[in-house]
Structures are given as C-alpha cells and as structure tokens.
Design a protein around this ligand. Structure first.
Ligand SMILES: Nc1ncnc2c1ncn2[C@@H]1O[C@H](COP(=O)(O)OP(=O)(O)O)[C@@H](O)[C@H]1O
Ligand SMILES: [Mg+2]
Length: 371
C-alpha cells in the first residue's frame, strides 16, 4: 500500500515554499513537486521580522499568511499528482525560520506557519516544529537533513559528503565504514550574504549564475577578516542562521576594512567566503582521507561561478549534483521534511546526535490532527 506524504520547505533565503509529494512504501519515490513563490511583499515583511529580532504586533498575520501559502502549495502538489487530500498520511512542514538560537537562554528555534492551522485548513494531519525535541535533548536542532542524506546517499564503496547550498551551507559526511558516525554541520553562509548584497546594491533577489561576482576581484584582506569569524573557526556541533550572517555583519567587516571597495569586488569576496568556509569545514571529516566525492544540492548548486570556486577551494575533489544520483537537487530539502513526517508518525527517532550534539536520538516534530 502506498504511503503518501507531503514535504514543505522554506529556507533562510525566503524565496519559496517548496512542496513535494512522496511515496515511501518501497524506495523513496518523488511523485510530484511544486514551488510556491513567496510574494515579494510577504518576503519583505518576513525579512523585517528576522532583522527586528522581536515580535512585531502583526506577527500573527504573517503566520496566517504563511499558513495560507503552505496550504496553497499543498493543493498545487496534490493537483499535480491527481491525488486527494485524504490519501495523504501527513504533511511535514518545516515552516519559515525567523529566529534560530540553539545556544541562547532558553535555546530556541522559531518557525512561522503554524502546523496546527495547516492541518485544520488543508484537512491533512501535519507535523511541524521539528527542531524543538532535539533542542530539548541538548542539541542544535540543526541540521536535520543529514539523516536523510545518509538514507539516500551513504555508500559502502566510498566516503561521500553532501553539501546543501541554501541561504546557509550545510555539510554532511557519509563515511563508507559503517562503524563510523555520520557527522555534519552548517559551515556558514552559502547564498544569504551574496543575496543580501545584490538586493541592497542592485535590487534583484540573487546574482544569477554568479555573473556579477565573476566580474569582480576577490579582496584578500576582506576575505581573511571574514574567515576569522568565530563561527567559522568554531568546531561542531554548530548551526547558523541570519541572526549571525546578515547585512549588518557584512557592513561591520566593510567598515573595518576601511578603504571603499567596488561593489562587485565585495560580491566576488562573498562567493570566495562561501567556497573557503566550506573547504575549511571539509577538513573536519571523520574518515582518514577526504571524501571521494561531494554531492551538491540547494539553489546555490545552480550558481556556476560559486560551484567553480568551490571546486577550486576543495582542491579538485569531484563535485556533482545529487541529480547524478537520481535525486533532484532542487527538491531534496522538501523530500527531507516529507520523510521526517513519516518518521514522526512511525514514532521513529530522526535526529543524529553525532550531528546535532543532542544527548540521545529522539522522535522529532509535533503531530496535529486534521480536525
Ligand atoms: N541560477 C542561479 N544562480 C545563482 N543563484 C541561484 C540560482 N538559482 C538559485 N540560486 C540561489 O539559491 C537560493 C535559493 O536556494 P534554496 O535551496 O531554496 O535556499 P533556502 O533553503 O535557503 O530557501 C537563491 O536565494 C539564490 O541565492
Ligand atoms: Mg528556498
């Protein structure tokens, strides 16, 4: 019998709610997908909440608008697949992170887009708040994708790494030796700073294929200063968000640099920061030698210039997209949340303490009934 789940993911880039419909009855099968763009005005409201680090009075309205966008994404992916809502066991919805501070007092990770309301409105049981149980067990609550990366890509024949290039970059190490733990962490910014910089200087949401960055020259002094950031130098477990890496972070470093730089040189330096911080993170792998290959996913894997700089920084390690292994790089994160919903319904733990630093493996997510 089919086991149908929907996964919804909206990451730190606040670009879209990516929706997938999965069947987990045999091998994991992607049946349909849909990307629900986040309306520019809603996006700027969300960005305002993230930057404010406070709860403006209209947060409840934003939460409701994200519920509506999520339900629309659910309807669209059901239509794509010609499947009815009552055939779906559950939706796994990540929600839109507006604050992530797993080391704060109290430790928190807050997502908007209330899963209980999604369940009621869509009429499908919905699992949300995936990060809290891991945080309660002393973990970072992130990254959560590593367990699913292991399920799809771990090989007995070669050590592998998976690199997700969203707003933030996260690395998963998949040792071929089954006695070694899977490890992983956020290495630092992937696209979040270069997105913010091009938005600030020119207006577009992102630097298409890294063309603007490519036209600039890396400034070594600024790059070295950025690489000295305590987050990048710290050892795992660690997870990052836009609380740390944002336009204010960048402006502080530009001010320290002193001499004004051409805008495209800043962009080139930001791409180099991503490449170099990933390469530094790559040295923290658990095996005795570097992984045999690196599998890429997330929007940044479309950025040809970023990928070429990554290849350079990782000294020629073979880099390929997850598509080469039969998994669309665009949908992998949403697929993760469909799988996490299944794990929650099955009462199966889904965090990896070797990744998040939690004291134990726990069941993730809160399940909300449809009615
Ligand atoms: N063709 C492209 N060229 C450059 N960057 C791209 C391209 N396509 C997507 N991106 C980048 O990917 C980001 C979205 O990736 P995504 O995996 O959805 O991240 P998140 O999980 O943070 O939402 C965009 O903000 C942009 O920076
Ligand atoms: Mg996205």
């Amino acid at each position: 019998m089919a086991r149908l789940f929907i996964g919804l993911m909206s990451g730190t880039s606040v670009d879209a709610i990516d929706a997938v419909l999965m069947d987990f009855s045999a091998s994991d099968r992607l049946i349909a997908h849909f990307s629900q763009p986040i309306d520019p005005e809603l996006k700027s409201e969300i960005n305002r909440v993230i930057a404010a680090r406070a709860w403006p009075q209209d947060t409840a309205t934003l939460d409701q608008r994200l519920v509506e966008a999520s339900v629309q994404a659910i309807h669209r992916v059901l239509e794509e697949a010609s499947i009815r809502a009552d055939q779906i066991e559950a939706v796994g919805s990540h929600g839109q992170t507006v604050f992530h501070d797993p080391e704060g007092a109290p430790p928190v990770s807050i997502q908007l887009g209330n899963a209980r309301e999604i369940a009621r409105t869509a009429g499908i049981p919905t699992v949300g708040n995936f990060r809290q149980a891991d945080i309660d067990a002393g973990g970072q609550g992130a990254p959560l994708a590593c367990a699913y990366h292991a399920r799809l890509f771990r090989s007995r024949n070669e050590d592998r790494a998976v690199l997700n290039l969203g707003g933030i970059a996260n690395l998963t190490f998949l040792p071929s030796d089954p006695s070694l733990d899977v490890t992983g962490f956020d290495t630092g910014p992937a696209n979040t700073l270069s997105d913010a910089w091009i938005q600030h200087c020119q207006g577009p949401d992102f630097d298409h294929d890294g063309e603007w960055a490519k036209s600039g020259t890396v400034n070594r002094n600024l790059l070295d200063q950025m690489l000295e950031d305590p987050y990048i130098e710290r050892s795992p477990p660690k997870s990052a968000g836009r609380e740390t890496f944002n336009l204010t972070w960048l402006r502080t470093r530009l001010a320290r640099h002193g001499t004004p730089l051409a805008h495209e040189d800043v962009q080139a330096t930001l791409v180099e920061l991503t490449a170099r911080s990933v390469a530094l993170g790559m040295q923290a792998h658990p095996g005795s030698s570097a992984p045999a290959r690196v599998l890429l996913c997330g929007g940044g894997s479309n950025n040809a210039y970023l990928v070429s700089r990554l290849e350079h920084a990782m000294a020629g390690l073979p880099v390929e997209r997850t598509d080469a292994h039969g998994v669309p790089s665009k949908w992998l994160e949403a697929m993760t949340f469909a799988w996490l919903a299944k794990q929650a319904l099955d009462g199966e733990p889904a965090n990896l303490p070797s990744v998040t630093g939690a004291r134990r493996a726990v069941v993730l997510g809160e399940v909300h009934r449809a009615k």
